[in-house]
Write a protein that binds this ligand. Sequence first.
Ligand SMILES: C[S@@+](CC[C@H](N)C(=O)[O-])C[C@H]1O[C@@H](n2cnc3c(N)ncnc32)[C@H](O)[C@@H]1O
Length: 225
Amino acid sequence: MSEDPRLETRRLARASLDRDDPTGWFENLYSAAAEGAAVVPWDRGTANPLLTEWFEASEPDGTGKTAIVVGAGTGWDAELVADRGYQTTAFDISPTAVETALRNHPGSKAHYVVADLLDQPAEWRHAFDLVVEIYTVQALPISLQPTAVPKVGELVGPGGTLVVIASARTEGQPDAEVEGPPWPLTRATIESFASAPDLRLIEINESPSPSDPTATRWRAEFLRD
Ligand SMILES: C[S@@+](CC[C@H](N)C(=O)[O-])C[C@H]1O[C@@H](n2cnc3c(N)ncnc32)[C@H](O)[C@@H]1O
């Protein structure tokens, strides 16, 4: 195993991108981690603090409502959402991520499934009262982000809320200079989650990253009429 898990992650990602397979490396990483040969760098063992903060401030009542967590990884955010009463679907493109989430959270109230954001089941369209997207779009190359962003928005049902949490790109940094993964999002990309006239940006915050004081993160909230 490489000393810095981010280096191993980059190596796997690079090999996958060189094969013109921008999402294949996630399964490679999760299966290497399941065998103890890698570490999943974003596996915090707890829900994202910005999501926890959003729940504390908004106090939504999930009873009788549905939620979906995009690129749910090892499931910590999905567990938080399910604990707030939402009937929660959590999906990831990596079968081993889904297996790991199920192993991490035995008896979970969330429903974990393997699915591709870019080719999602038709019945998910406009189906959820709450959609949570954390760090998935930024894990895709910049060229794929304009395709991925509206796919997230499509999940939001009438009257539903979308919460997006992402690393922020340094102001003015050109695409060519971003060496991903990840490929942090510009303010314009965050704003583009309002991908239909009835899906409106309600609030956008930029706050310092707890792991890197030189970096910042977005949390944005959208509402479908
Ligand atoms: C950087 S990780 C973030 C995981 C989790 N959201 C978190 O914040 O800890 C990105 C996740 O998105 C998943 N993913 C990437 N592309 C995807 C796609 N097209 N559809 C579904 N999941 C995807 C990856 O397998 C990975 O678990």
